[in-house]
Design a protein around this ligand. Sequence first.
Ligand code: MSP
Length: 490
Amino acid sequence: MKNKFYITTPLYYVNSPPHIGHSYTTVAADTLARFHRNMGDEVYFLTGSDEHGQKIAKAAASAGLSEKAFTDNMVSIFIGLWKSLDISYDDFIRTTDKRHSAAVELVLTILHKNKDIYMDTYEGWYCTPCETFWTDMQVSQDCCPDCRRALERIREDNYFFRLSYYQQWLIEHIQSHPDFIRPVSRYNEVLSFLTTNTLTDLCISRPKSRLKWGIEIPFSTGHVTYVWFDALINYISAVGFGYDEAKFKKYWPADLHLIGKDILRQHAIYWPIILKALGLSLPKMIFAHGWWMVGKDKMSKSRGNVIDPLRLVDAYGVDTYRYFLLRDVPFGLDGTFSNEAIIKRKNSDLANDWGNLTHRTATMVEKYFSGKLPEQGSIKENQLKRDNDNLEAQLRKALEAVDFTAGLDALWLVISEANKFIEDTKPWNLLKENKTEELNSFIMLLVSVIRNVSRALTNFMPQSAKSISEQFASNIIKKGVPLFPRIEVK
Ligand code: MSP
């Protein structure tokens, strides 16, 4: 039987167009989705848009549009970017979809009936841009501990979700599932937060007098649902919760929620507790990656330092962009974006190493074999052959551990060994000395390496890998045009 692999990205806020940070999570998820599909798994790759809440309502108002018209337009911009980045998602969920709002209403009804949701008066601080409540203890200098902008003091009747009741259970779940939160630094962060703080119940509604743009609370005419409570439910509403039992049974629980570290608490604390209260299983893994920074700041719309991924795709090509994102920074750590860094990756790893290997090999097939590969001679045991034979296993191990760096390291080790193998073997001498057997075996090892590496690279760089795979697929090989032309820097 086929394995299923259900992978998700966060639902991005569509208050403004996407930047490098959003594309990072999505490209990473796409690479894993492609890898699992290539392994024969039945993949469900979900992404989408988070459309409710004050942030969106404000953005729509300042654009002079209705929320619906504003989000429709923004969603088309996100979808356009995903197309340009070759994102192979299976489903795009909008929190304004009927399937989603129906599921949210069902969740609210169940939790209310079970008394996990109750009404109370809330008094405290509220950060509108972050849509987050803060207690007196968390706040200093009247500004938001996260974004440092001004807070509002509010007092209102709201619905609360009983987080606190489940705290001990969550601690035990995390302790008994070491892979539940990754990388280990984030695992430790969540566990230490939970063991040193007492959770307060989560306010999950907003009075309509303050905010109308949200999913109505089914048991109150005066409230809409808090945007985070609404959004998290997408992970089950997309796969049939409440309307398609067979689909839900097939895909839930998710195998991997890929997120940035900024939204770890919502995913590693609120979400598991919501699921527990519903009697549903928990996702197998939540992986929180680091941030793209510009200088010392996180790249974000509110800091005004965002870079449009489409500009980079135009300048460097989509595959170079995808490769750069996953190669330049160990997945899990923060990274700094610069044009110099992406140019360096393109020139050295792609043009010099990989591009050169394929180009030199095709040229040799033309020159020494008139474009036709010889019969497979026996290939002598050597380090390159061993590493090439191990490549698939290495890549599998790395990507199953969400370690793009280790996966690409393994590929580039073989690529550089192959380049060195050409220099050490000196094929022109083999030809001169009529060592046909050796020359055959030499070229066949290189071709095997290229076939292997390009197959592996279809996960990372689908377009160029496909074209190299096709170039080297049959026994007749033609010299192509270089896929990664060097960028000359003045
Ligand atoms: N709508 C919520 C998520 C709801 S999920 C049920 C949200 N949206 S967001 O548009 O702000 O996107 C946050 C996510 O975008 C991060 O978790 C991360 O995946 C990505 N990134 C946004 N800025 C980023 C960086 N500067 N660097 C890396 N990724 C970042 O939060």
